[in-house]
Design a protein around this ligand. Structure first.
Ligand SMILES: Cc1cc2nc3c(=O)[nH]c(=O)nc-3n(C[C@H](O)[C@H](O)[C@H](O)COP(=O)(O)OP(=O)(O)OC[C@H]3O[C@@H](n4cnc5c(N)ncnc54)[C@H](O)[C@@H]3O)c2cc1C
Length: 342
């Protein structure tokens, strides 16, 4: 993965040093090194990104990127659908019961304690614990339970577009990198076995965010406006790409408005937890977030106040533990780029 920040500063150096300390193969490349390693990428700096209607949209800025973080071994989940299906099977093997095509209509909490979760088909599920993992419906489900959080989650409509990868060669193992391009206002990576390039947005300030009030009612198709924004910005960074027919989809992020970090915590309603606000980036961190929710429920159930004593989560694969208060509902908003990059 190649990450192109808007600026290379102390925070970039500190992040690379921390990644190296954890054994991750990451290094900072200069603009010249990026051009040498990836000669098909234009190392020009395009920050701040311009709106597509700007007559100077394609005018060269005369500046180069300040550098990029290269993480050679990074990858992505090729098929989230298959991965989700595998997780479902693993859960069922361990006793998890899924009620598919069943919609929660109300989350009642009688005075005596516990929850009665009512479905639209009239059935009721009684439990001691309810965890809100409703994705873009997270704010809606919190309202059902009468829970308010100091941090706000909102559904944000996003589009991803596909273009033909001009560098694809059958049988070649030389892949495009995954590129997180905060400088250019996009991210892109290979798709369809490398035949296509998938391009999304990193929310440049010039693009008005499309917040959605009703997550059951939004346009799932791609639009010309987003197509131009994302594909034209891609063509600036990767000039060999051609435009082609419109292909892609639209879906919703569940964004924590204040800092684009998930909220994984108990709430002021005993027994009601949230794992929400994943802000477009938490498919790959789902296993860790799942462990954290389990640790929170266990800690609270055994009488520990996790607000006063936040969970220190063990990360078995890296042999480290992490203070999870940065995901608390009570946190001061984290310093972030305010984008899907976090
Ligand atoms: C366009 C796009 C691109 C993305 N790209 C990436 C990426 O490259 N990498 C990455 O890590 N992440 C990515 N993400 C983010 C990732 O998809 C989410 O973080 C992840 O899906 C969150 O999982 P979740 O289980 O919390 O919520 P979801 O996957 O949203 O699942 C929530 C579930 O709750 C159900 N639900 C909601 N309300 C109710 C109700 N009342 N009753 C019953 N069920 C209900 C929904 O039907 C849904 O099945 C992307 C997201 C989008 C939209």
């Amino acid at each position: 993965m190649l990450f192109i920040p808007r600026h290379v500063g102390d925070e970039t150096h500190a992040t690379v040093a921390e990644m190296q300390r954890l054994g991750i193969s990451a290094r900072l490349l200069s603009a010249e090194e990026v051009a040498q390693r990836f000669p098909f990428l234009d190392p020009a700096s395009n920050h701040p990104a311009k709106p597509v209607a700007d007559p100077e949209f394609f005018e060269p800025t005369g500046r180069r990127i300040e550098g990029a973080v290269f993480e050679e071994d990074a990858g992505y989940v090729v098929s989230p659908g298959v991965a989700t299906q595998n997780l479902r099977r693993a859960g069922e093997r361990d006793g998890v019961r899924f009620l598919l095509n069943t919609e929660v209509a109300a989350v009642d909490h009688p005075a005596g304690g516990g929850f009665a979760t009512r479905m639209t088909d009239g059935t009721v599920d009684e439990s001691d614990v309810v965890i809100n993992v409703a994705g873009p419906h997270s704010a809606h489900v919190n309202r059902m339970a009468g829970v308010e959080l100091p941090l706000q989650t909102r559904a944000l409509r996003r589009e991803v577009h596909l273009l033909t990868n001009p560098r694809f060669e059958e049988g070649s193992t030389d892949s495009l990198p995954i590129v997180g391009d905060l400088d250019g206002g996009i991210y892109f990576r290979p798709e369809s076995g490398g035949r296509d390039v998938l391009v999304g947005s990193t929310e440049p300030a010039c693009d008005e965010p499309e917040w959605i009030d009703d997550p059951d009612d939004f346009d799932h198709g791609v639009t010309e406006l987003y197509r131009e924004r994302q594909c034209w910005r891609l063509m600036k960074r990767f000039p060999e790409v051609g435009y082609g027919p419109a292909r892609g989809l639209a879906a919703l992020y569940d964004v924590t408005v204040q800092d684009w970090y998930p909220i994984v915590d108990r709430t002021d309603l005993p027994g009601y937890y949230v794992c929400i606000g994943t802000s477009g980036s938490s498919f790959k961190t789902a296993p860790v977030l799942g462990r954290l929710v389990a640790a929170l429920v266990e800690a609270q159930s055994s009488g520990r106040d996790t607000d006063a004593q936040p969970v220190q989560l063990e990360l078995p694969h890296v042999g480290e533990s992490v203070d999870t208060s940065f995901l608390s509902r009570l946190r001061k908003p984290n310093t972030s780029t305010g984008t899907v990059i976090g």
